[in-house]
Design a protein around this ligand. Structure first.
Ligand code: GH3
Ligand code: MG
Ligand code: MG
Length: 360
């Protein structure tokens, strides 16, 4: 009998120990589960952020879009993105009213060193924005591209202890995505530029010229514009006499003269070989366009290019057609300008023939 009691007691103790152990274990598992769920949440947020950023990488206001996204995802009161430009940190996006950024001296030090920081204080750290909101929680993270410090994000909140280690890790992972997106964006812009330009002359290519005009098709309905076809005179002879390399030099020089003789909104492109095409927008009168092109012709004629110690010069011929005077669509205008150019060649070269004078 006594043995049974003993056995019962020992079993009870064993059971209670086991129960305690199990409860503790279950508790630990629950905590682990919560942590894992948080990690999954955070990971899926990072994936969403990455998707979002990569959708807009070609946008001109990529940084502003990223700043809006940070505000939305982190739920912070203020977010500001700085980028390094010409060695200086410049504010590129912020929801602080009028971009009136006021950094505490501590923030300033961290930002300039490109260090992460996280600070909470019951006493306001500073007041931000038009409404002078008391800030109790600030966090910052550098944007680094392969260890190179390229920018910085600062987020602020009016609630004490709003920023914590988890948000800090999250912000860190966002900055990695941003760095990649910025690099992609720069590469994309570079590639876009290369695709639009002639490799020898650096001016637009024919493809870009037509794409640009197609995009601006509706403008044509209201605004006047002119098309100028340009062709270097006796260029074959230049190549044959002085060689292809000198021919290239002439091409570069001629393209530069035209480039500096036109206005900001004009589009100048290599049409092919030694032929160029020019779109002139916003002109006041056809005669003004003629004068502008005539000035370019004279500059080309007067320009000297050195070949083996000797100054050589070339000339070029021009045909100008006007919308709506000489035609209503681009192909018609190009063909009119081409006809005038042909006439200029036939009548002695080194001339500008304009569609408002020479009717065709
Ligand atoms: P015209 O006065 O009637 O225009 O005579 P042209 O000799 O200029 O005319 P043509 O169109 O027959 O000759 C153009 C030459 O331009 C032929 C080609 O070899 C040369 N060319 C085309 N592209 C280039 C280039 O990128 N570099 C050089 N050096 N020559 C080029
Ligand atoms: Mg030609
Ligand atoms: Mg020619």
């Amino acid at each position: 009998m006594q043995d049974y009691e003993k056995l019962y007691k020992s079993l009870k103790i064993e059971y209670e120990t086991y129960q305690k152990f199990s409860e503790q274990h279950i508790q630990e598992l629950n905590e682990k589960n919560v942590r894992l769920e948080k990690s999954i949440d955070s990971l899926s947020n990072i994936i969403e952020v990455s998707k979002y950023i990569n959708t807009f990488f070609s946008s001109d206001n990529l940084i502003s879009l990223i700043n809006d996204m940070i505000l939305g995802i982190l739920g912070v009161t203020y977010s500001t993105i700085f980028m390094i430009e010409n060695g200086e940190l410049i504010v590129k996006a912020s929801n602080i009213e009028n971009m009136n950024i006021n950094l505490t001296s501590k923030e300033f030090v961290h930002i300039n060193k490109g260090e992460e920081f996280l600070v909470n204080s019951r006493k306001p750290l500073k007041q931000t924005g038009e409404h002078k909101i008391d800030i109790h929680s600030i966090m910052g993270s550098p944007i680094k591209l392969r260890e190179k410090f390229i920018g910085y994000i600062v987020v602020e909140h009016n609630l004490y202890k709003f920023m914590n280690i988890e948000l800090k890790l999250f912000l860190r992972s966002i900055t990695n995505q941003i760095a990649i997106a910025i690099e992609n964006s720069l590469l994309y812009k570079e590639l876009e530029k290369i695709n639009q330009r002639d490799p020898l002359l650096g001016i637009y290519n024919r493809k870009y010229f037509f794409e640009f005009l197609e995009k601006n098709e509706n403008r044509k309905l209201n605004d006047k514009f002119a098309i100028v076809m340009i062709d270097i005179d006796d260029f074959k002879k230049v190549n044959d006499t002085y060689g292809h390399q000198f021919g290239d030099k002439i091409l570069i020089n001629t393209a530069n003269i035209v480039k500096y003789g036109i206005d900001k909104n004009d589009i100048f492109a290599r049409y092919g070989g030694e032929e160029f095409i020019l779109y002139i927008s916003d002109f006041t009168s056809e005669d003004n366009v003629y004068s502008k092109i005539e000035a370019i012709r004279r500059t080309i004629e007067g320009s000297k290019i050195n070949f083996n110690g000797r100054d050589e010069s070339i000339t070029a011929s021009f045909g100008i057609s006007f919308f709506p005077l000489n035609g209503t669509d681009l192909n018609e205008l190009i063909s009119k300008a081409d006809d005038l150019l042909y006439k200029a060649k036939k009548s002695g070269k080194n001339r500008v023939l304009s569609g408002n004078i020479f009717k065709i």
